[in-house]
Ligand binder design. Structure first.
Ligand code: RFL
Ligand code: PHB
Length: 391
């Protein structure tokens, strides 16, 4: 088999890249180690920046998002028992975010890919990027007991944090930067109406909480929990009781509880790989960087990476120019580090740090007080939250 771009991983980065390349007339194959249902079963991001919305439109996968997505003009910060609204729309000259789940984004991208008849190999095992430092890279994998090989011009490593592409990069050419946080997020999805129209980010003595949503009838909530907690330790009742304790009286009274559709714990981590290109292999999305979810940036960074990458490949094939592929890593990393900074900052301001003591708590309160009462402070939060412009 031969293709122009072999994409490893059918998460949002791989699927979006495949569709953007297809629209630019560039042939591609996606190789994924899991089944499509398994990929769709992962409940993750909920907030899309305008840049991501625009790329989904360009990919032709925006129809259902336009009908069912929820545009949001603000968020609320809850601290010292009171909620304060950050007017994203007013503070950024009319920008907003779209609340639309990663599961739906992935489903829409899978559907348009299937409609176009493009090849995705699911349940491939032992996937290997090979010879990417030569000009004849290949992807090898096993399926149904047979070894297959795809010859290609380029490999896109869209295989997430635990993937094979970053692990296959020459160790003397790669540098990684990492920060691990001493807590995780316990998430719960339920068919209950959201507690508030806006997302609520809560800093409380008992730890961080986030009230998010997927639709007018489906809610997504998160609680900061110690890393030692197991999801089996948390009954639905215990989750709702703890969430109530972390809300203000009005939200507590409005909270509608119900059985969980999904419950899982995710550790929080900041991680960056430099560079994001190794010869003819390019890393994109979580394969190259991870942010804690507090700033809602992970999926959005994945989207902007593949936006740059599809542009670079288009320049290569249409204009015979390597300028885009040569610029790719540096261009992405400028944006990545700003999102890393924002996500780290939001995480630091909103969570309870077990070993940092009361001084830290007081500084957090002062910072939150500053952010909500200073136009400069709230504008800085707002412009990062809606997404910095592409460079
Ligand atoms: P993914 O989604 O991990 O997909 C990678 C795919 O590669 C496959 N794979 C392989 N395939 C072939 N061979 C191998 N050797 C392979 N190894 C792995 C995997 O099976 C998978 O299908 O990475 P991608 O596409 O880069 O997408 C990144 C996003 O998933 C991630 O950044 C976001 O979910 C992060 N995130 C959020 N991002 C936002 O922008 N806004 C949010 O509101 C937001 N909330 C979140 C989040 C992540 C969370 N968790 C669970 C980490 C909330 C949570 C709780
Ligand atoms: C979500 O809805 O899953 C979500 C929303 C905002 C975040 C993180 C996750 O910051």
């Amino acid at each position: 088999m031969r293709t122009q771009v072999a994409i490893i991983g059918a998460g949002p980065s791989g699927l979006l890249l495949g569709q953007l390349l297809y629209k630019a007339g560039i042939d591609n194959i996606i190789i994924e180690q899991r089944s499509a249902d398994y990929v769709l079963g992962r409940i993750r991001a909920g907030v899309l920046e305008q840049v991501t919305v625009d790329l989904l439109k360009k990919a032709g996968a925006d129809k259902r998002m336009n009908e069912e997505g929820l545009p949001h003009d603000g968020i609320e910060l809850l601290f010292k028992g009171k909620r304060h609204r950050i007017d994203l729309h007013g503070l950024t000259g009319g920008k907003r975010v779209m609340v639309y789940g990663q599961t739906e984004v992935t489903r829409d991208l899978m559907e348009v890919r299937a409609e176009e008849g493009l090849t995705t190999v699911y349940e491939a095992s032992n996937v290997q990027p090979v010879d990417f430092e030569s000009d004849r890279p290949k992807v090898r994998y096993e399926k149904d007991g047979q070894v297959h090989e795809i010859e290609c011009d380029f490999i896109a490593g869209c295989d997430g944090f635990h993937g094979i592409c970053r692990a296959s990069a020459p160790q003397d050419k790669i540098k990684t930067f990492e920060k691990v946080y001493p807590f995780g997020w316990l998430g719960l999805l339920s068919d209950t109406p959201p507690v508030s129209h806006e997302l609520i980010y809560a800093n409380t003595e008992r730890g961080f909480a986030l009230c998010s949503q997927r639709s007018a009838t489906r809610s997504r909530y998160y609680l900061q929990v110690p890393l030692t907690d197991k999801v089996e330790d948390w009954s639905d009742e215990a989750f709702w009781e703890e969430l109530k304790k972390r809300l203000d009286p009005e939200a507590r009274a409005n909270l509608v509880t119900g059985p969980s559709l999904e419950k899982s714990i995710a550790p929080l981590r900041s991680f960056v790989t430099e560079p994001m290109r190794f010869g003819r292999m390019f890393l994109a999305g979580d394969a190259a960087h991870i942010v804690p979810p507090t700033g809602a940036k992970g999926l959005n960074l994945a989207a902007s990476d593949v936006g740059y990458l599809s542009q670079a490949f288009t320049e290569y094939y249409q204009d015979q120019s390597e300028a885009g592929i040569d610029r790719y890593s540096e261009q992405c990393l400028r944006r990545v580090w700003k999102a890393e900074r924002f996500s780290w900052w939001m995480t630091s301001m909103l969570h309870n740090f077990p070993n940092e003591g009361e001084f830290n708590t007081k500084v957090q309160e002062a910072e939150l007080d500053y952010i909500v009462h200073s136009e400069a402070g709230s504008t800085s939060l707002a412009e990062n939250y809606v997404g910095l412009p592409l460079v």
